[in-house]
Design a protein around this ligand. Structure first.
Ligand SMILES: Nc1ncnc2c1ncn2[C@@H]1O[C@H](COP(=O)(O)OP(=O)(O)O)[C@@H](O)[C@H]1O
Ligand SMILES: N[C@@H](CCOP(=O)(O)O)C(=O)O
Length: 366
């Protein structure tokens, strides 16, 4: 006998064109983590790392061979152990088997790492009976995933805008030089260099979000190339500074996009133009063969049903927002990948709903 916690976290598409590190959409594709917590400590499974952390992991789904099942390395359980540690709990309180069913492709720009982090925070909250608020959970997420767009959308659901507070928490990094995540990263590096293993609690209220309207007529078509692009690599391609006119270009579009997607009857050309970007996509073009042609070719006049196209997150997935003709739109975009040199790039596609419900955790006995 024991308790079972079933945690569901949606995939996300971040940026939506101009909203780099700001905007996210949660999608009907899920990471499900089921934690079976034994009532009795004598039921602990033997082997693996369970003796240390009281936990075993079973994984099925995307890239099932490639992920670490060591609780201290696996992103879900590593996050959970960090959150428990912050409450003075050094290991899983009771023998726990974690069953992961992951339908979110890894390293494709659909927020798999953000979902894993959110799942880890919910897992710790459940097994440790921590009673964390949603706001506090976001703080924990942001200590691991340093940009708020994916984790905020995965946590709260829907079309979400978010920001990190801009304060100097380290005492030696001027806020103007580094964003909050960068400050936190430097703090961790300094502590590691000083062999300081104390657990760093997240500062309070470091992330803020607002859920925006999104017309139920809009669906998200994800065209997913069969190669991975680590978000860290795609972020390393970005410049350290921008021209004023490029920043203004994005700000203009972002302001319009926040409201344009919420109109009951979406205006295709308004949205199409509002999804253009000069901050991240131009610098990532060389990492995604076919992206320049896709962005330059398809528009609401030549592609019925289409509202707008952008890179999903850091890529390589392409996100097309549309109100109809979903399979035809996907076929056109896939054809560009098919035509790439050296035999083309294989893709799959998914027509997804934009889901208004974010991460959830349900408790049942077993
Ligand atoms: N369900 C999961 N369980 C454990 N680790 C995961 C999971 N999902 C993602 N990750 C980790 O996150 C990495 C991918 O993160 P990232 O490069 O940011 O791509 P994505 O765009 O999919 O978020 C994976 O290589 C893996 O290390
Ligand atoms: N704003 C981030 C979003 C990364 O999303 P992911 O789904 O690729 O992890 C970025 O563009 O780097």
């Amino acid at each position: 006998m024991g308790t079972s916690f079933v945690i569901n976290v949606p995939a996300t598409s971040a940026n939506i064109g101009p909203g780099f590190d700001v905007m996210g959409l949660s999608l009907s594709l899920y990471l499900t983590v089921t934690a079976r917590v034994e009532e009795d400590a004598s039921q602990a499974k033997s082997g693996g790392d369970s003796a240390d952390n009281n936990i075993t992991i079973v994984y099925e789904g995307e890239n099932s061979g490639g992920l670490s099942l060591d609780p201290k390395s696996n992103l879900i359980t590593r996050t959970a152990l960090y959150v428990l540690n912050c409450s003075g709990i050094k290991r899983f309180p009771r023998p726990t088997q974690v069953l992961v069913n992951n339908r979110i492709p890894l390293g494709r720009g659909l927020g798999s790492s953000g979902a894993a982090v959110v799942a880890g925070v919910l897992l710790a909250n459940a097994v440790g009976s921590l009673c964390l608020t949603q706001q506090r959970m976001l703080d924990y997420c942001l200590m691991i995933e340093h940009h708020p767009d994916n984790v905020a959308a995965a946590l709260v659901g829907g079309f979400v805008a978010s920001y990190l507070i801009d304060v100097d928490r380290s005492g030696n990094v001027p806020a103007s030089e580094a964003d909050e995540a960068e400050v936190l990263r430097r703090e961790r590096e300094q502590r590691a260099a000083a062999n300081d293993e104390s657990v760093k609690l997240p500062p309070d209220n470091i992330g803020h979000f607002l859920r925006l309207g999104c017309s139920p007529k809009i669906k998200a078509i994800a065209i997913i190339p069969q190669f991975e692009l680590a978000t860290s690599k795609a972020r390393a391609a970005l410049p350290g500074s921008y021209k004023t006119q490029d920043v203004v270009f994005n700000l203009q579009r972002l302001a319009v996009l926040t409201t344009a997607l919420g109109r009951e009857t979406p205006d295709p050309w308004l949205i199409y133009r509002a999804m253009e970007d000069k901050v991240h996509q131009p610098y990532r073009m060389h990492l995604i063969p076919g992206l320049p042609e896709i962005l330059a070719t398809f528009n609401p006049d030549n592609t019925p049903g289409l509202l707008g196209i952008c890179l999903s997150g850091a890529g390589p997935t392409i996100l097309a927002l549309a109100v109809s003709d979903f399979d035809d739109i996907a076929a056109k975009i896939r054809e560009v990948f098919d035509r790439q040199p050296n035999g083309g790039i294989a893709t799959e596609y998914k027509v997804l709903d934009i889901v208004s419900e974010g991460a959830s955790c349900a408790e049942t006995p077993f």
